[in-house]
Design a protein around this ligand. Structure first.
Ligand code: NAP
Ligand code: F7E
Length: 332
């Protein structure tokens, strides 16, 4: 039985990846950091919480990473842990850098020293491109120009993975993933903020949704599809870096149209307010990933399209908010 260690196990991708690997009969270990109030809701939602072996550790604590790697001696390591919210990375740049950049270095070093044969996946991101593109799309050859502390830290992580591959012959693969979402996406991200907001408006628990801008375009895919690509990268004979995306993009206005339409609201404009607190100091306007390399070499392609994804998220949020509304009514 193969052993996989996942950092970031409690996050969106950690939960979907754990579910995917368990179905493939892996023994799954999840690195979990000490927090005052532990939130296992993503793992519970996918019904995998009791099938994972948890191991204490933190990307900011090298000793804990060494201990985890030595104890498990995994075949595969998926480094998904991060301060993953771009917006807050301007407010907490040092924490972001410590986890996303230096944290990646700490775990790579632990792997190199104590488990050098493990295959290593690094969660890289389309944010590394900033506003660069080649004729409107980003490919593996597109110039990087990160535009947030988050993206800069992730670019350091990307190059560290490449450098450990080239210097020590380690199997390190970067997945350059474009935005991917699901019903367990954090509520601070724009897709879930909107689907949660739409459900609250539908049940009379909110009056509007406050957003920073309506014009960004993103290439939004389904997290459940993207974790398969992570695994496929580690099943190759040689390590390499791959863009994972749908190859289509949509604006926030498209997202609003789709989400409100799902609950029968055609004109969303009166429910959406612009609020400068959600505007970023520097923005990425348009992301659209060229996924040809992943299709050709990994045999991967996305299954869930944009409308299906947003409808799925709205439907799950409607179910959740319905329960909240019922509880509130019972209290009256
Ligand atoms: P997420 O839901 O925010 O999950 C982040 C995970 O990292 C959580 O489990 C969190 O644990 C853990 N973590 C944070 N700081 C840590 C630390 N110091 N030590 C150990 N664990 C720590 O993120 P996601 O959407 O699943 O994304 C997974 C990875 O892919 C991230 O690296 C992200 O930057 C990258 N990525 C995401 C996307 C996307 O669209 N989702 C696209 C490209 C790349 P707690 O529960 O304790 O907070
Ligand atoms: O923003 C705009 C915002 O926070 C998308 C992370 O997973 O994907 C994610 O990063 C767009 C941006 O995701 C609001 O300015 C407008 O243009 O949902 P987001 P992100 O920043 O693209 C990448 C690939 C990652 O690697 C990251 O880890 O929407 N936007 N108004 C807003 N965004 C938010 N969050 N809230 C607003 O009110």
């Amino acid at each position: 039985m193969k052993k996989a260690l996942i950092t970031g196990i409690t996050g969106q991708d950690g939960a979907y990846l754990a579910q995917f690997l368990l179905k493939k009969d892996y023994k799954v270990f999840g690195l979990i950091r000490r927090v005052a109030s532990r939130d296992m809701s993503n793992l519970e939602y996918l019904d995998v919480a009791d099938k994972i072996s948890f191991i204490d550790g933190d990307l900011t604590d090298e000793a804990s990473l060494i201990s985890a790697v030595k104890r498990i001696y995994p075949d595969e390591i998926y480094n998904l842990a991060a301060q993953s919210f771009v917006g807050i990375s301007w407010d907490q740049p040092l924490t972001t850098f410590d986890i996303n950049a230096t944290g990646t270095l700490r775990i790579l070093n632990a792997v190199k020293t104590f488990c050098p044969t493990a295959k290593f996946y690094q969660a890289s991101t389309s944010e590394m491109f900033g506003n660069s593109n080649d004729k409107g799309v980003q490919s593996e050859a597109t110039y990087f120009h990160p535009r947030s502390p988050y993206a800069i830290a992730k670019l350091a992580g990307y190059w560290l993975a490449v450098n450990y591959r080239e210097s020590y012959n380690m199997f390190c693969a970067n997945g350059i993933l474009f935005n991917h979402e699901s019903p367990i996406r954090g509520k601070e991200f724009v897709t879930r903020k909107i689907t949660d907001g739409v459900a609250k408006i539908k049940f009379g628990l909110a009056e509007d949704i406050k957003l920073g801008n309506l014009d960004s375009f993103r290439d939004w895919g389904f997290a459940g599809d993207y974790v398969e690509a992570m695994w496929l990268m580690l099943q190759q004979n040689n390590p390499d870096d791959f863009i994972i995306s749908t190859g289509e993009n949509h604006s926030i206005k498209d997202l609003l149209n789709t989400a409100f339409n799902r609950v029968g609201i055609k004109d969303w404009s009166r429910y959406v307010k612009l609020d400068p607190q959600y505007k970023r100091p520097s923005e990425l306007f348009t992301l659209k990933g060229q996924n040809g390399k992943a299709k050709e070499k990994l045999g991967w392609k996305p299954k869930v399209g944009f409308e299906q994804l947003i409808n799925m998220m709205v439907d799950v949020d409607l179910e959740r908010i319905k329960l909240v509304a019922k509880k509130l009514k019972n209290k009256e």
